[in-house]
Design a protein around this ligand. Sequence first.
Ligand code: 13P
Length: 256
Amino acid sequence: MEDKKIIIGNWKMAPKTPREAKAVFQNIRSTAGKLRNVQTVIAVPYVYLWELKKLVTGHRCVVGAQDVSFEKDDPHTGEVSAEMLKNVGVEYVIIGHSERRAKGETNSEVANKVLATVKKGLVAVVCVGESERDDDGSYTTFVKTQLSESLEGIPKRYIDKVIIAYEPVWAIGKKAKKEATTEDVLEMSIFIRKVLADMFGERKGISIPVLYGGSVNQKNVFSYINGCEIDGLLVGRASLKPSAFATILEVANGNT
Ligand code: 13P
């Protein structure tokens, strides 16, 4: 486990203007910049990366991307390569978010994107998570397959550039059926670590940070951070609300 908690804000397709993006980022940075025990990453839409990167003042609060192409060179209309992200100073890339998987992204595409990302020295934040929970536990098999196929072909030497985010689809966004309980998340964080240890060996596997994401807010953050053996959080809606996000960061830092 990392000593610092990793808190990643995923802004998805928001906000609507660069002015708002700058204001929210500056606000978050003013809290995040003070926290020793938290690595804050704000994954913003591509169009804001360059401007917001200029507002980064230290290592505690940095910008990330929400996707990447696995292609290396042009011509690929509409795509952005890992090299381009690296060259604008991006260090973290979310890959395989369920909202992209819902548009058809496959585990093998995710694996190609992860490889392209880690080879450039960037950190790949690989999302996994089941759509539904069933009583017979087959969601664990689903997540295991997602993990093994999404990390297929990633050499062990790149493993320190991988983070796993467990995001059960049923607990994400406005359409969430319910919040995941701490027991739900604890069970899966342990399960995911076991799968990773089987895949990459005990020492390497256990060293991969595991985050939780899905309806995290200022009210439930304490129990997720303290009750689930996770290394951090992937936060959607609340990462666009500076005061809610500030509370999340403070709790992750151990201040409350
Ligand atoms: P919410 O926090 O809005 O539920 O979104 C979670 C998520 O998808 C983060 O990647």
